[in-house]
Design a protein around this ligand. Structure first.
Ligand SMILES: [Cu+2]
Length: 448
């Protein structure tokens, strides 16, 4: 009934002949370290599409909602040309990529005027592959452009992962979750309250479809799930009460799968879930009501997607080990900083944090961030992945690389950031998109 939302159908959706170079993005990861050039053109343009049975004029990349899957491997050179066919400035941010924030890199200070184009050149170093996504990051326009549709998936394959046979044999699906409310054929306008709470939509769409059914081609599914909503928290679980097997945060593999009853995926976060299928038993992934302090979504348990096992499913074992994950040492931190989050970033004495953070290239920094507000905030740092060391003084149960974390009201999180490889100016901000636009955004300058 619903189209299967495999990688192939995502790629196939709306890719015109004029964009033949996009075909290259489906190539599997290279076996050796052969460097390839992966070229993609993304045209940002308004287009009327049918979503959940309604005609709606969205902002799209190449007419797709969400945008097409871009796929490359560690070490590849990724050349992405953004063509702005909108009537307002836009740009691209490659969320989570460990690449230079300067020049033609992940430079959010570049703005592309209507009718103009800009080419980004990105190269993800070995060890930094994962599940990412792209979206606009124009000053004070991020929330509206993202809400109206501009977002797409980006996967950087790690050749090393093929040494885990269970992962190599798994059937992989990349899914982008986005919510939407439509009024008079357009995405609903922001209200005053939306700027305080963050904007959520009535329909929850998985690769543009509500509640899709995916047909699995193997009895173990690797789901790369991206929360591309402005503000919706996704608290995920299986409807049969069995635990979810979490393999990766933001696509960076954990040392071993973690069995968890529920997994929270905040806006902009990604999770890789390993879903073993039983013969004849469809698996339903549900979202459970979650109260952020500002908003509770959904009202009751809702099915996000269903996965049907293949006709001949033989049980697949879960991998016991996934990867070696470095554990950062807090004793090695050169600098300690303290930040507070309310509807702005604040200094420890409660003043607005206005000065750019100046960090030294090569330093490990320890940032203590406390949410002094009554609602969740979502901390995101561009370019340099970090690890959570402690939450409210309790050490993280396992080391994991992150770029986006949830901080609950009253919570104090200590993170370790190695400012490695790239100097330059970037930003950190709240990824409840409306909060970022409303001023929860600061600059970090990494100097050699
Ligand atoms: Cu926030």
């Amino acid at each position: 009934m619903f189209p299967s939302v495999s990688r192939r159908s995502l790629l196939g959706a709306g890719l015109g002949a004029a964009l033949s170079s996009l075909g290259r993005i489906a190539l599997p990861a290279t076996a050796a370290a052969a460097r390839r050039l992966v070229e993609v053109t993304l045209e940002a343009r308004a287009e009327e599409l049918e979503v959940a049975g309604e005609r709606v004029r969205l902002l799209t990349y190449n007419g797709c909602y969400p945008g097409p899957l871009i796929r490359a491997a560690e070490g590849d050179r990724l050349r992405i040309t953004l063509v702005n066919a909108l009537d307002e400035p836009t740009n691209l941010h490659f969320h989570g990529l460990h690449v230079s924030p300067e020049g033609y890199g992940d430079n959010v200070f570049v703005e592309v005027e209507p009718g103009e184009r800009h080419t980004y050149e990105l190269e993800v170093p070995e060890g930094y592959g994962g599940t990412f996504w792209y979206h606009p990051h124009t000053h004070h326009r991020l929330a509206r452009q993202l809400w109206r549709g501009l977002a797409g998936p980006l996967v950087i394959d790690r050749p090393l992962e093929r040494e885990v046979p269970e992962l190599a044999a798994a059937d992989e699906h990349v899914v982008v979750v986005k919510d939407l409310s439509v009024v008079d054929g357009l995405p609903a306008e922001h209200t005053t309250g939306d700027w305080a709470r963050g904007k959520t939509g009535r329909s929850v769409l998985v690769n543009g479809v509500p509640g899709p059914v995916l047909d699995a081609k193997a009895s173990l599914v690797r789901l790369r799930l991206i929360n591309a909503c402005n503000a919706r928290m996704l608290l995920l679980a299986r409807d049969d009460g069995r635990p979810l097997q979490l393999a990766a945060h933001e696509g960076h593999l954990l040392a071993a799968p973690q069995a968890l009853a529920q997994v929270l995926v905040t806006p902009a976060q990604r999770v890789d879930l390993l879903l073993p299928l039983e013969p004849g038993e469809p698996l339903r992934l549900v979202q459970i009501p979650y109260n952020s302090g500002a908003i509770r979504t959904p009202a009751e348990v809702e099915t996000l997607l269903t996965i049907r096992p293949p006709a001949k499913a033989t049980p697949s074992p879960l991998p016991v080990r996934l990867a070696t994950v470095e554990r950062l040492d807090p004793a090695a931190a050169a600098t300690r900083r303290t930040l507070r989050m309310a509807m702005a970033f604040l200094t420890p004495d409660g003043h607005p944090h206005l000065e750019p953070v100046r960090a030294k290239l090569g330093d490990l920094e320890l940032w203590e961030i406390t949410n002094v507000d009554t609602q969740d905030h979502v901390f995101h740092l561009h370019v340099w992945p970090f690890q959570v060391w402690r939450r409210n003084g309790v050490e993280a149960p396992y080391p994991a690389w992150r770029d986006t974390i949830d901080i609950r009201p009253g919570e104090r999180v200590e993170i370790l950031i190695p400012f490695r490889d790239f100097a330059g100016t970037a930003v950190f901000h709240c990824h409840i998109a409306e909060h970022g636009d409303a001023g929860m955004m600061s600059i970090v300058e990494v100097v050699p």
